[in-house]
Write a protein that binds this ligand. Structure first.
Ligand code: GLN
Length: 471
């Protein structure tokens, strides 16, 4: 096995036992990126020099016996995480040359743990999308089949992990962006509870649902990264001051007697029959291991999509207001005769079609006369979805669903934005409710990976990972 193919757990043991160094491990990852990124376009920026310097420091720490599980482990971060001194583009022309003056809290925590940042991964511009086709720097390709998308919006991160460019990657999930590409690329993707880890320094999309989270090769590795990035942050008052459990211990527990809900609304028309079969097989195997399977109903699932696609553009229209040609990145000041023209020219040139569509939709839905009919109504639906989950979780411990309705689709297959939005049908409701959810591989269809989603109660990532590890 080549070093870049190792899991975090394996590499961490190898480093501690002196079988190889972090510099060697980092070089193996960099070599793989150089070899294959030309065809995959998963990585937008490589920071080779910085990575090798960090790896050297990690090696010293390991020799001194002061290493943790992530010390010396190379990773990639989605390019919407601010990284001090290394450019952060959000895959947008408007931030093409932007260099942040500080690290996102999650990046800072990983730096302190001794993890090695290799570079930044591709995404749908500002994380709007489900295929990475919305990137201003070209789409990422699925390593399992170059004619197919890797999913999105964290498509670069999932493709990079699947291609062994790194040992893990960071994604961000607003409505499915960690879970969706994980299903398409055959990786594990954990979206933690909203408020479990800090959003500070992640370029805001939908502040009420955005969360950082890991994309890994195993569930065990997801637990290691999640533990390292979790916790209260002074700079993000939506982070909860609750203890972070020992995920590793929780994952190892057996699942005898655990109640798993299967909501029939997630298995209705539209889902590919072969994908459904794989998810049903996963359910069957959990049953064999002692779990109790319970049929449940979440009748408002069908309203999650319209509610999300009102709430999200509303928050986006506000959050993207800060890119005005004055404060960050691209500026068309030299071309403009007035302040208004600076805004219009910069934003006109800098934003791609999907960002513009969402800004317009959101501005419309929030405007006087329409607010009550759209935004307020969507928020009421959101409350019903939250309550529906809460009552389901009185009856069951976790809920299992497919992650996506189909396997990875071909480039250009979802040109109609409304068709693309349907990709998120299964991932949106846990996002609206702020619940933890994971996507874990459960087999293949036509040689392409299939993902199964486990949703849990707030702050019960451990239970979610425990079930996922048994699939
Ligand atoms: N695909 C969804 C969207 O386009 C979710 C994106 C995300 O989670 N960042 O909004």
């Amino acid at each position: 096995m080549r070093l870049n193919e190792l899991t975090i757990k394996q590499a961490s043991q190898g480093l501690k036992q002196g079988e190889f160094t972090s510099v060697e491990l980092t070089r193996a990852c960099l070599a793989e990126i150089k070899k294959r990124n030309g065809e995959l376009n998963a990585v937008l920026t490589i920071c080779e020099e910085e990575a090798l310097a960090e790896a050297k420091q990690a090696d010293e720490r390991i020799s001194a016996g002061a290493a943790g599980e992530l010390t010396g482990i190379p990773y990639l971060a989605k390019d919407n995480y601010l990284t001090r001194g290394v450019r952060t583009t959000a895959a947008s022309k408007i931030l093409e040359n932007y260099i942040a003056p500080f690290d996102a809290t999650v990046i800072k925590k990983l730096r302190e743990a001794g993890a090695v940042l290799l570079g930044k991964t591709n995404l749908d511009e500002f994380a709007h999308g489900s295929s990475t086709e919305n990137s201003a720097f070209g789409p990422t390709k699925n390593p399992h089949d170059l004619t197919r998308v890797p999913g999105g919006s964290s498509g670069g991160s999932a493709a990079a992990v699947a291609a062994n460019f790194c040992l893990f990657a960071l994604g961000s999930d607003t409505g499915g962006s960690i879970r969706h590409p994980s299903a398409f690329c055959g990786t594990v993707g954990l979206k933690p509870t909203y408020g479990r880890a800090s959003r500070f320094g992640i370029i805001a999309m939908t502040s009420s649902t955005d969360v950082p989270g890991p994309i890994t090769k195993t569930v065990e590795d997801a637990g290691i990264v999640q533990a390292a990035i979790s916790g209260h942050d002074q700079n993000d008052f939506t982070t909860a001051d609750v203890p972070v459990p020992d995920y590793d211990k929780e994952i190892k527990n057996n699942i005898k007697g655990i109640k798993i809900g299967v909501p029939h609304e997630f298995f209705l028309k539209g889902i590919d029959k072969e994908v459904e079969k794989k998810v049903r097989e996963a359910i069957e195997s959990l049953k064999k291991q002692g779990a109790e399977i319970v049929d449940i109903s979440l009748p408002h699932t069908k309203y999650a999509l319209p509610a999300y696609y009102i709430i999200t553009p509303c928050e986006i229209s506000t959050n993207l207001g800060r890119f005005d040609g004055i404060r960050y990145g691209l500026s068309e000041q030299a071309e403009a005769k007035s302040l208004a023209e600076i805004y219009i020219k910069t934003r006109g040139k800098g934003f791609g079609a999907e960002a513009k569509r969402r800004i317009m939709l959101g501005t419309y839905a929030l405007s006087a006369g329409y607010y009550d009919a759209y935004y307020l109504q969507a928020q009421k639906v959101r409350t019903i979805i939250i309550e529906e989950f809460a009552s389901a979780f009185k009856e069951v411990d976790v809920i299992i669903t497919p992650t996506t309705p189909d396997i990875a689709f071909k480039f250009g297959a979802n040109k109609d934005p409304l068709k693309m939005y349907l990709e998120d049908i299964f991932t949106l409701s846990p996002s609206l409710a702020g619940l933890p959810a994971i996507s874990v591989p459960c087999g293949t269809v036509d040689k392409m990976p299939v993902g199964c989603q486990i949703i849990g109660r707030k702050f019960e990532e451990g239970t979610v990972m425990k079930i996922a590890s048994k699939i």
